[in-house]
Ligand binder design. Structure first.
Ligand code: GDD
Length: 307
């Protein structure tokens, strides 16, 4: 009997993940840090060892998708310790609980392209063998949680796969991430709720965006068709400059907007370019993204109108 557990199951990616797995007919439990317990949903504070152990003992999952975490690079500059407590110590708590109560469980640990960090400009599509030189506390926390996962796979024979997921976007993501921050301001301008001036951060960085609805399909495939102890990029392979993301959103909105740089939105250091090579996941699982960035951005803007 397959018993799925999605940590962070009420978050941005978690909500899509739980819905996909339930649509596919799986029995799914989820956890979150904010919602009270109800049928198939558990309160989980990853930093609380006994809470983590109790949830794993109760659910005895056969498969876990570990999405819970501190996911904002920006936030990690202000809250470094909290980022490590949740992303690294929290993952260790989870792995120890799995070892104790569900040692045969398959685990998908969701990491980040921020683990690569500093990328040479000439290296256009980086693969899983590329250097890891993170440039943010968040990137270090994800790299170290991925490393500890790989150690548990080797030392204790836990069945773990780790992803390096590049930027993912879609309706429902919270403010604090670039497409939402842009879309929210544009939507308010369209609705006449603010002056036609948008405040932005670094527009020179280049990122590789995939729609969240494609990302969760990749996770489901990796759960069933990848070898243990492996690391997989989850990405589109296409780099887009933030200036072009902004231009596309403004073009969709069809309003005239002045752009203003906001020093508050700049980071102490920001990875200039992160574009992935997805050959490994494609050949292991057959996965490929289906939804283009322009379609995602249109959906995000429409969603922001109603908020
Ligand atoms: N958030 C934000 N808001 N970012 C802005 C803004 C703004 O108003 N203006 C420009 N940027 C730039 C940032 O400096 C960065 O270069 C880029 O837009 C993307 O920023 P985010 O959307 O905050 O994402 P991220 O790349 O830092 O991190 C995301 O992707 C990772 C994978 O690479 C997150 O989703 C992480 O959880 C994920 O692991």
């Amino acid at each position: 009997m397959t018993r799925m557990l999605v940590t962070g199951g009420t978050g941005f990616v978690g909500t899509y993940m739980v819905n996909l797995l339930r649509d596919l007919g799986y029995q799914v439990s989820s956890t979150s840090h904010s919602r009270p317990e109800q049928a198939n949903h558990f309160y989980l504070d990853l930093t609380n060892t006994s809470n983590v152990q109790a949830v794993i003992q109760q659910v005895k999952p056969t498969h876990i998708i570990h999405l819970a975490g501190q996911s904002s690079v920006q936030h990690s500059w202000k809250f470094k310790q909290q980022t490590f407590d949740i992303n690294l110590s929290g993952t260790i708590n989870l792995l120890d609980a799995i070892l104790k109560f569900s040692p045969d469980c398959r685990v998908l640990s969701v990491g980040s392209s921020e683990e690569y960090g500093c990328v040479d400009q000439k290296d256009t599509q980086i693969d899983e063998m590329y250097f890891t030189r993170p440039m943010s506390p968040y990137g270090v926390s994800k790299l170290s949680s991925g490393l500890i996962c790989m150690q548990y796979a080797k030392a204790y024979c836990l069945d773990i796969v780790h992803t390096r997921t590049f930027n993912h976007i879609g309706p429902g993501q919270s403010l604090g991430f670039v497409t939402q921050d842009f879309a929210q301001q544009i939507a308010q301008i369209q609705l006449g709720k603010r002056q036609p001036v948008i405040h932005v951060g670094n527009l020179e960085s280049i990122r590789d965006f995939t729609d969240v609805r494609d990302i969760v399909k990749a996770y489901e495939r990796l759960l069933f068709s990848s070898s243990t102890g492996e690391i997989f990029n989850v990405c589109s392979g296409v780099g887009i400059k933030m200036a072009d993301i902004l231009k596309t959103l403004i073009d969709i909105s069809n309003v005239k907007i002045n752009i203003q740089r906001d020093p508050e939105k700049m980071r102490p250091s920001d990875v200039p370019i992160l574009v992935g090579n997805n050959d490994k996941i494609t050949s292991a699982t057959g996965w490929a993204p289906q939804i283009g960035v322009a379609a995602s951005l249109a959906d995000i803007l429409h969603d922001r109108w109603s908020k």
